[in-house]
Design a protein around this ligand. Sequence first.
Ligand code: PA5
Length: 426
Amino acid sequence: MIDFTFSGTMESVLTDTKKNELQEIHDRLYHKTGKGSDFLGWLDWPSTIDPELLGRIQKTADAIRDKADVLVVIGIGGSYLGAKAVLSALSPYFSQEDNGTEILFAGHHVSGEYLKQLLDHLDGKEVMVNVISKSGKTTEPALAFRFLKKYMEDRYGDEAASRIIVTTDAEKGALLNLAKESGYERFVVPDDIGGRYSVFTAVGLLPIAAAGFSVEQLLAGARDAEEAYKELDFERNTAVRYAAVRHYLYTEGYTNEVSAVFEPKLSFVQEWWKQLFGESEGKEGKGIFPASVVFTTDLHSMGQYIQDGMRNLFETFLLVKEAAEDVTVFQADEDGDELNYMAGITLQEFNHVAYRGTSEAHLSGGVPQMSLTVEKLDEFHVGHLLYFYMLSCAYSAYQLGINPFDQPGVEDYKNNIFKLLNKPGY
Ligand code: PA5
């Protein structure tokens, strides 16, 4: 369970009218009758995933771990951020040498410098590639794959095909055609699961398993959340409480949500969360703008704005109860740095004090707050957290009356680029 707190009173949020509305949303979600309900495959995916598929993912991941020093994962948006978020949250800050397969990403932007240096970095290492694109036609990953494919063919000749794995649609797209022609191993992105909801499919699971993390446990956490938040119990269902407070604050004029963490390895969970909520909700002139900060680092930059800037934002702390490792401030012989008053406290305890101090200061500055607390950062709890967010997002977006599962707004910039590049047909 995610522990949830709100600085205001839940009575003002969960009025009878709101409860009825949320009940209707609940029914629309679980009966699959709401907007975009063709894309609700993720809702019971953790409990219904085909064991055979899971076995194949694990087998392929084991083969990658046997064969490759580096797995290059090519993808963007939902085909990138889920795996990146989980890997960042679970990995130690400084990985050891010989610590299994290194996971590197490509195709999530168009930096020529990055791609050139990535290709240079691969020299002398055993390499495999997992290219991921649901549509199979997104420009950034397609471009990166053009380079990586050539690199692999130049380096491995006929063996290259067995070192490339494609995750894409079952039936359409240029990537699918390429995969079929070249005989690459293939995983399918289910039709009814959109990119930003796909972390528990092969899109996220293969890179995560290839890094050596337990996808069984990740899914067990997601299943735990699926079960825990299925029932609309307004006291206990924290996914619904979070969504209800977001919407309440939005209607009160708080149109920006700042996610704040004290553990830097959560910054990619924040990036994933920003995509999930931003792309799901920002439509039809509506939606909360999701932003993120990492404390205490950003207390020395964005802290000023949060404390004292325009009063249209609320803050949601994402906290972790148990640190995997910690250090304790020790008593120094000479107290030249004047820190002996802190002797005996751990840095996790310091961060907790920083949280309390920050929370009180921002609250007195007029920033409403929520907190979401996870027990610890392991596969189970991260799986639970990501499912929690996906479900909250659906509730949140449905309160705005929009379709949480499409993204019509991202087409405009793409069409402009194609026109500027004289792509045939544009
Ligand atoms: O959430 C989404 O649907 C998007 O962010 C997509 O994941 C992103 O645009 C990449 O699309 P594709 O997987 O088709 O390459």
